[in-house]
Design a protein around this ligand. Structure first.
Ligand SMILES: Cc1cc2nc3c(=O)[nH]c(=O)nc-3n(C[C@H](O)[C@H](O)[C@H](O)COP(=O)(O)OP(=O)(O)OC[C@H]3O[C@@H](n4cnc5c(N)ncnc54)[C@H](O)[C@@H]3O)c2cc1C
Length: 378
């Protein structure tokens, strides 16, 4: 008998399993594939800068702000517990517009940054080139966010899994959940190809696949896959120190000089073919932002499926009408960013406490919130 089953060993499932285990609640984590190899592995690892003012009326802000607070603490704790560095670095970042047409959208971000107390600085050509000498000189506007941060998401996932294992969490990789077992509106466990596992609480953290488990129960919670392709470039020397963001694309420099160039946003279902058009798009974007990257080598190209939602917010909470069933999914472009606060508040709820962040705005049954682009940016 497992008391708590978590379906999906991505960053959301692993973070929740670790948070629960730290409070004495040991779960079973089931994954249809290897642990931590889906969207959470494929992501870039951008995490939010601290919000020095909290906007208590904005659910997305609350999750982001709390996660920004937790990341340094979690990173240190994971290192202490496992010896694994998750690559959390406050590298800072530059957000650029390359022409006058792109300026209004970028400028509108400053309103949110000011409201939420996110530190930023308007930079002119001289300052931008002082910060990042290889940045294109062709930008028309740039802002420096000194507290923008990143993690090495594959390392973070390893650290989470190792920390969970130390606390007794049980992992079941290559164990697809085929159905949720319910009786009289109450969860009783799950059905897998290897048999049934009984539990009184089941949490669906199955990313883009979540609605495949929930729609047979009549639960309408679309988690459309949003495919993202990414390139890893090796320029052979350290060209960049800070994250560069331009519209929905970004360059993320890693310590050893490698640079991630991401990411596409494609609505093609679970088609995992890597395309030449995505490669050219990301390459051209990288070279237009940092021309010296034209001398680099593409060392890897991959894709992942971000879990969509019906609006710009994830689904977090219990599922009305199904006792013991919870969801934490639909984080779209921000699952790595929002995972610590998601885990903390979901653990509160599962353990019968008042969630630190009110989850009503994320409820499965909510009216769709107005779509906001800012919710998908760091
Ligand atoms: C290219 C790209 C770049 C990104 N960059 C960033 C970024 O910089 N910052 C950021 O915050 N976010 C980023 N994201 C988004 C982020 O990666 C996702 O929001 C996040 O990983 C979602 O985590 P998850 O745990 O819900 O899903 P996943 O990591 O996809 O995990 C879900 C798991 O559930 C398992 N599963 C599914 N169905 C079943 C089943 N029936 N039974 C058992 N197991 C099942 C899957 O195998 C999978 O392992 C990016 C995503 C992509 C693709």
């Amino acid at each position: 008998m497992a008391d708590v089953i978590i379906i999906g060993g991505g960053v959301i499932g692993l973070s929740l399993a670790w948070e629960l285990a730290g409070r004495g609640c040991i779960s079973h984590v089931l994954d249809q594939g290897p642990i931590g190899r889906a969207a959470s592995w494929a992501g870039a690892g951008l995490v939010p800068p601290p919000h020095h003012v909290k906007d208590l009326n904005d659910p997305t802000c609350m999750l982001r702000a709390r996660s920004a607070e937790l990341y340094p603490k979690w990173s240190q704790q994971l290192l202490d517990e496992t010896g694994i560095d998750n690559g959390f670095r406050v590298s800072g970042g530059l957000d650029v517009a390359l022409n006058a047409k792109e300026e209004p959208a970028l400028q509108s971000m400053t309103g949110r940054w000011r409201k939420q107390g996110i530190r930023y600085e308007v930079v002119d050509d001289i300052r931008a080139l002082e910060l990042e000498p290889e940045l294109t000189r062709q930008f028309s506007r740039a802002y420096y966010l000194p507290e923008r941060a990143q993690i090495r998401n594959p390392w973070h996932l390893k650290a989470l899994q190792s920390a969970c294992q130390n606390l007794g969490v049980s992992f079941h990789p290559h164990t697809a959940v085929e159905a949720l077992n319910l009786r009289n509106g109450k969860i009783e466990g799950v059905k897998t190809a290897d048999g049934e596992l009984i539990a009184s609480q089941v949490i669906v953290t199955a990313g883009a696949w979540s609605d495949q488990l929930l729609s047979p129960l009549g639960i309408s919670m679309p988690t459309r896959p949003i495919k993202g392709q990414m390139l890893l470039l090796d320029p052979g020397r350290i060209l960049l120190k800070r994250i560069i963001e331009h519209e929905k694309c970004y360059l993320v420099p890693r310590d050893e000089g490698l640079v991630l160039a991401g990411a596409t946003e494609e609505n093609v279902g679970f088609n995992d073919v890597l395309t030449g058009s995505a490669e050219s798009y990301l390459w051209n974007e990288a070279v237009s932002l940092v021309p010296a990257l034209a001398q680099s080598r593409i060392v890897n190209h991959w894709c992942g499926f971000r879990p969509g939602s019906k609006d710009s917010r994830p689904y977090l909470g219990s599922v009305p009408g199904f006792e013991g069933l919870y969801v934490a999914t639909g984080h779209q472009r921000a699952g790595l960013s929002l995972s610590p606060a998601t885990a903390e508040s979901m653990a509160d709820l599962i353990l019968g406490q008042t969630p630190r962040i009110a989850l009503e705005g994320y409820s499965v049954a909510r009216e769709a919130a107005p779509r906001r682009d800012e919710a998908v940016r760091s």
